[in-house]
Design a protein around this ligand. Structure first.
Ligand code: NAI
Ligand code: MG
Length: 362
């Protein structure tokens, strides 16, 4: 049966960059004979405008049915006043929660050292290819108790709790170890086991899992603050980094900026494989809906296109097609084409459509 693909473009530049990814999907079916069952729906502000909610239950159900979801971006000033529970961003939060998408994969790849202004940085990041695996449904963002409480002295206190169970640690560590097997075979596990019990358990569980099931993968451990420093000092020392929700949030944003632009970085969020071997998965650029440039045709479509490449690789095992797309992006950058966000001296400035067209031609 054909692979089921659910496409959710969303708001702002979401539909603009999704259009370019869609042209590549079209090419794959015309020229490579790969046909998908594609359905498309509204999410975010676009869904609020039509249906009054950021995502409909039918769309959640469709996402569960699909072999993979390709997501654009949601949000924008138009929906800023709608209330906390009906914000456009609830669409992505609900998808993550209801599909049990617990592992966020953020590659930081430098396709081309774009940084002309700082040769020092270019030297540090040239050829960079690391993968950060962040746990996304547990940890301090969700642990109970939480809240703002009154204290007897008349003051108040804000409370959050970091909890990680063996189950949660093992399942995200497995994702990292499996990925490492397809890469350089190295995993660095990151926590604060020097000051946090959850970090201590994290280190123990990852160590035991490696000894039991992943002896072929090289495991190292690093404290999160040192990892932040090492990512800036010498990021190429890493292959796969696995970490919890809070540290992963910060370290993945940090590593994003090593590569030059939000407009070039894809991501994947994976859930648990079922008995039939199907695994829920959502692919999206790390950037948002960029309301400041929406409608101007300037958005960089590469993050969305590379998200499609990740989808083909991780959900459909189409490594050859994923390689082809990634190579096309590298070649287009090498030819000197630049969208405004990655513009540098001596390069040709182009818009979304021309960039997408160039990748397609390549
Ligand atoms: P943003 O990522 O949308 O934009 C940050 C800056 O990067 C802007 O100057 C924007 O023009 C630029 N930028 C982003 N993507 C680009 C691209 N592909 N090409 C060229 N330039 C690009 O983040 P911001 O401004 O903080 O958020 C805007 C809206 O997006 C908010 O409503 C936010 O909640 C939402 N958002 C949604 C996400 C999602 O759908 N998963 C993720 C992050 C933010
Ligand atoms: Mg973040």
């Amino acid at each position: 049966p054909n692979k089921k693909l659910l496409v959710l473009p969303g708001d702002g530049i979401g539909p603009e960059v999704m259009r370019e990814a869609g042209r590549i999907v079209g090419w794959l079916s015309r020229r490579r004979g790969i046909s998908f069952d594609i359905s498309e729906d509204l999410v975010g502000g676009a869904s609020i405008d039509v249906h009054g909610v950021p995502i409909r239950d039918e769309v959640i159900a469709q996402a569960r049915e699909a072999d993979a979801v390709l997501f654009g971006a949601v949000g924008g000033p138009k929906w800023a006043g709608v209330g906390f529970d009906v914000r456009p961003e609830v669409a992505i939060l609900r998808l993550r929660q209801e599909l049990g998408l617990f592992a966020n994969l953020r590659p930081a790849i430098v396709l081309d050292p774009l940084i002309d202004s700082s040769t020092l940085k270019a030297d540090i990041v040239r050829g960079l290819d690391i993968m950060i695996v962040r746990e996304t449904v547990g940890g301090i963002y969700f642990g109970e108790p939480r809240g703002i409480e009154d204290m007897p002295d008349g003051g108040r206190r804000g409370v959050n709790t970091e909890i990680y169970t063996t189950f949660e640690i093992e399942r995200v560590a497995r994702v990292a170890f499996d990925l490492a097997r397809k890469r350089e075979g190295r995993v660095c596990s990151v926590e604060k086991s020097n000051v946090m019990e959850s970090g201590l358990l994290w280190r123990q569980v990852v160590t035991e899992l490696q000894a039991r099931e992943y002896r072929d993968v090289q495991l190292s451990h690093m404290l999160a603050d040192n990892c932040a420093m090492q990512l800036v000092r010498n990021p190429r020392q890493f292959d796969v980094i696995v970490t919890g929700n809070l540290f992963g949030d910060m370290l993945s944003d940090l590593s994003a900026m090593l590569t030059g632009s939000l407009g070039m970085l894809p991501s994947a969020t994976l859930g648990t494989r079922d008995a039939q071997g199907r695994r829920p998965a959502l692919y999206e650029p790390i950037h948002g809906s960029a309301p400041d440039i929406a409608g101007t045709g300037q958005a960089n479509p590469l993050a969305q296109i590379l998200s499609l490449a990740m989808l083909l690789r991780y959900s459909f095992s189409m490594d050859a097609e994923a390689d082809l797309i990634e190579r096309a992006c590298t070649n287009v950058l090498a030819s000197g084409l630049r969208t405004a966000d990655i513009m540098s001296a001596g390069k040709a400035k182009v818009g979304t459509g021309v960039m997408g067209e160039a990748v397609l031609r390549e």
